[in-house]
Design a protein around this ligand. Structure first.
Ligand code: KIV
Length: 264
């Protein structure tokens, strides 16, 4: 099976086809996801929650990210690998370049960072240096304390307009992908339609270009039970590989997320 490139994901958006993404942190799952043909693996700093047992992603370090990206990259035979830039590892552009270098050298093909318009120069600088950047708006877990908890974002006109404007500015600065987390479906649709770059949702409804879930949430084995998560393992009678396949098929068929997994 061929490796997936960012250009391939862009082509899927242009054709109106959906793409699937799951988080993974180790070689075994990276190999299973490659067999199935999951389009994108996100080595997310959610590893702080699901691997390390932390309350937030804030304690995750660059060394932790490098270790897990290396584990995934060694076994990957198909998926585009996105590596998260950890908390406060991109607060200046110079710092971001060093962090991105290490994430890419660990085996990622794209880096992801969280935040709005303040990241414009950093994204431009990374893009000029040949690094593909994914941005993340809405509920940004690295800022969960300042957001006042895990809450849906963009529900009022002001915050919705700011999110749309930020998304356009980040795309103009060179971002190649955007994650929208916990955003009302109508706003997520508007943003996905306003941008040329692929928009990947988690709790953002079905009208975006791709979907991502945290692996252990969709397998139903994490204590976390958010509205936007479907337990694919239960639907696949407890077979892990069948659960991953079902997720991939349901995303492609636009059956997931359903209204019950989305926010108004
Ligand atoms: O770290 C992560 O897993 C993420 C997803 C929730 C999008 O950023």
């Amino acid at each position: 099976m061929k490796y997936t490139s960012i250009s391939h994901i862009e082509q899927l958006k242009a054709k109106g086809e959906k793409f699937s993404c799951l988080t993974a942190y180790d070689a075994t799952f990276a190999s299973l996801m490659s067999d199935i043909g999951i389009d994108v693996i996100l080595v997310g700093d959610s590893l702080g929650n699901v691997i390390q047992g932390q309350k937030t992603t804030v304690p995750v370090t660059l060394e932790h990210m490098e270790y897990h990206i290396e584990c995934v990259a060694r076994a990957n035979r198909h998926c585009l690998i996105i590596g998260d830039m950890p908390y406060m590892s991109y607060s200046t552009s110079e710092e971001a370049y060093q962090t991105a270098r290490r994430i890419m050298q660990a085996g990622a093909q794209m880096v992801k960072l969280e935040g709005g318009a303040w990241l414009e120069d950093t994204i431009r600088g990374l893009t000029d240096r040949g690094i593909a950047v994914c941005t993340h708006l809405g509920l940004t877990p690295q800022s969960v304390d300042s957001l006042g908890g895990f809450k849906v974002q963009g529900r009022d006109d002001d915050t919705a307009n700011t999110m749309l404007k930020d998304a356009k500015r980040l795309e103009a600065a060179g971002a190649r992908m955007l994650v929208l987390e916990c955003v009302p479906s109508k706003l997520a649709k508007e943003i996905a339609e306003a941008l040329t770059i692929p928009v990947m949702g988690i709790g953002a409804g079905v009208d975006v270009d791709g979907q991502v879930l945290v692996l252990y949430d969709m397998l139903g084995i994490s204590p976390f039970r958010a509205k936007f998560v479907r337990n694919f393992m239960a639907d696949a009678q407890g077979d892990i590989k069948a659960a991953l396949q079902l997720y991939h098929d349901e995303v492609k068929a636009q059956n997931f997320p359903a209204a019950e997994h989305s926010f108004e």
